[in-house]
Design a protein around this ligand. Sequence first.
Ligand SMILES: [Cu+2]
Length: 505
Amino acid sequence: MKRFIACIAIATLLAAAGCKQGDTPAPAAKAGTAQDSGGSLKGDFGPPQGKPIEAVLTSPPHVPPPTNRDYPAKVIVELDVIEKEMEISDGTTYTFWTFGGTVPGSFIRVRQGDTVVFHLRNMPDSKMPHNIDLHGVTGPGGGASSSFTAPGHVTRFTFKALNAGLFVYHCATAPVGMHIANGMYGLILVEPPEGMPPVDREYYVMQGDFYTTGKYREKGHQGFDMQKGVDENPTYVLFNGREGSLTGDNALTANTGENVRLYVGNGGPNLVSSFHVIGEIFDKVWFEGGTRYNENVQTTLIPSGGAAIMDFHVEVPGSYVLVDHSIFRAFNKGALAILKAEGKERPEIYSGKEVDAMYIGDYANASTKAVGEAAQAAQAGELTAEGQASAGEALFAGTCSTCHMANGQGLEGVFPPLAGSDWIAADPKRLPAVILHGLSGHVKVNGVDYDSVMPPMAQLTDDEVANISTYVLNSWGNPGGTITKAEAAAARKGPPIGAGGLTGH
Ligand SMILES: [Cu+2]
């Protein structure tokens, strides 16, 4: 239909002949393509009809069912503000402030023209007052000043949803940046009068940037770092508030042949997202969450405090990786999610021979539960060599396996083997220094010469270095033994290893 309309436009402008229209004539234009939707001036704006309706609220990644209504109603929304400690990454906790107990907050779905009666309840054990600014509200502050709610209180305000679209909501209590950085945002979909076109699956994904006092993946409880927030230098960039919230067993699912729709928001507080799904092309993107859609899009920008809706048809089975294509955020700050599609292979569309492990990093699939368990055991002083090794295995995947391979065999002539390495056996205590400072220059492993560069991986914590080292030492015929956290800490302070020498120090 779009092509048809463009064709007419060009034909009219240039009076060009031969502008052929493809298939059957297009039906009258629907909202969402060419017609003016009327913005806030057009809609079912009469009094609400029927009995008041309790809004269905869902936790991410779920989306409430369509309203399936062709009349405006009174819709009651009851949202709870809950401050709670949750994991932000395996073994790392953070005190989140939430709408509905999750980050992002509960998904709200209404229809244009609905009258929404909004109850905001702040739990009695909260430490802070909170409020809500919904970008779908017409009125000063988007509800913020009418919803300021002290701990143990409930407030109410009412608004009519005048504009259709996908809107962000967030807390707007000072310091606003801090409330948002702690997870206080979510999405409200105001359906156009005719509803959204039906699809097979709908998911709710929201990006946010997080600022912890500790480093990325540093274990234990982490506080909020205001200075990092002001500097716009996040420690984590995440989908749905937790590293791994949508990977491994938590991955989104679909079957081939299905149409999948993502409602994607960006809570910020700072970053703009270059949202992309590796291996898919969006058939449609309602960019900025508005009425028009673009087609055949690779990456769509989602501003902080903005949203987008995207549809794609899944043809080929496999793992599709949702990323912020500002790509360091995906691989080094956590902005990575998986959609697993099951179904018959389609070799005529995709050969299926390529291996994706190198690209997405094994981390996407590895179970990192062991990492958290090891961290807890370490704190309790009960960490065993086995616990260390199994945490190390998860960390090895996606950190070392990219070059040395998951089985430690390396790549002949390029990356030396760690499996049965006589270089490791000669002085196992060098391992933490190699990991932290890297290695360069000539090195001979099992009779083969290498003269290359291994980059330093100082972003790993002492715990992680100790666990990876212990895993390597206890795998693939290596001599065994453990590396302690203290040894890793000493190696961090110490000099790099000279590749040639036996001890290097
Ligand atoms: Cu708040």
